[in-house]
Design a protein around this ligand. Structure first.
Ligand SMILES: NC(=O)c1ccc[n+]([C@@H]2O[C@H](COP(=O)([O-])OP(=O)(O)OC[C@H]3O[C@@H](n4cnc5c(N)ncnc54)[C@H](OP(=O)(O)O)[C@@H]3O)[C@@H](O)[C@H]2O)c1
Length: 210
């Protein structure tokens, strides 16, 4: 299975690229810049010991079966509009967290569409699954870290099962949290976690339901 990481040159992209390629997925790191994609893909390949490809976002979207949008939410929708044809009928994973900081406090930004994942679904003609919001990028990119965290997921069709299988192979306990219209609940967990981290000086936290 070919997995594109659109904007995969950033924080979340690194852990995804390395862990997915170690599991045998063909990973294509996408970027606005081909040079940057190739450079980061080479870096990830060295960490994983497996080839990771790099190219521009449009080519990565064209080649893939599944695409993760690992781009900050403020910028993602223009990119998504430009990739509508390449991603038609494909599985798209949204880890997007619409969030802002006001007076030192992180707050969830409620979009008119309901959530960033719902807006992405309206922008694209793809099967959108919302998940990975609560994954702390630096710990996730550290291969010494055992990924036994919980991963809630929202989606409307069989795409949810495929994304769940991918995440389970990485070690997550995947928990079905309902249809895509529930995805604002998942997105809003991240500012909650970040406020807890900042105020209690805990370092990066992941989640487990016990
Ligand atoms: N960081 C986390 O711990 C974490 C955890 C869970 C979910 N998330 C979510 O995952 C997404 C990615 O987070 P991140 O921290 O990995 O982001 P990031 O490192 O800040 O950015 C990722 C990539 O987005 C691309 N990008 C930046 N501005 C852009 C623009 N104007 N247009 C198109 N692409 C642009 C850049 O790639 P190029 O310059 O190569 O194009 C950049 O390397 C976000 O939506 C975030 O809410 C993050």
């Amino acid at each position: 299975m070919k997995i594109a990481l659109l904007g995969g040159t950033g924080n979340l992209g690194k852990g995804l690229a390395v862990r997915l390629s170690l599991l045998g997925y063909e990973v294509i790191v996408g970027s606005r810049s081909e040079e940057k994609a190739l450079r980061l893909a080479e870096e990830y390949s060295k960490v994983a010991g497996v080839e990771v490809k790099g190219t521009v976002n449009s080519e990565a979207a064209k080649l893939c079966d599944v695409a993760f949008f690992t781009i900050p939410w403020e910028h993602v929708f223009t990119t998504a509009e430009s990739l509508r044809e390449e991603l038609r009928n494909k599985i798209v994973v949204s880890p997007l967290v619409p969030m802002k900081k006001e007076n030192g406090v992180f707050m969830y930004v409620r979009l008119p569409e309901g959530s960033a994942a719902e807006k992405l679904a309206k922008t694209l003609d793809s099967k959108v699954v919302a998940t990975f919001h609560s994954v702390p990028a630096a710990r996730f990119a550290d291969l010494n870290e055992k990924i036994d965290w919980d991963l809630p997921l929202c989606g409307d069709d069989e795409a949810k099962v495929i994304v769940a299988e991918i995440a389970e192979k990485m070690g997550f306990r995947v928990l079905d949290a309902g249809p895509l219209r529930n995805s604002s609940l998942l997105e809003s967990v991240t500012p909650l976690i970040i406020n807890i981290m900042a105020r209690n000086k805990t370092g990066e936290l992941a989640i487990k339901f016990v």
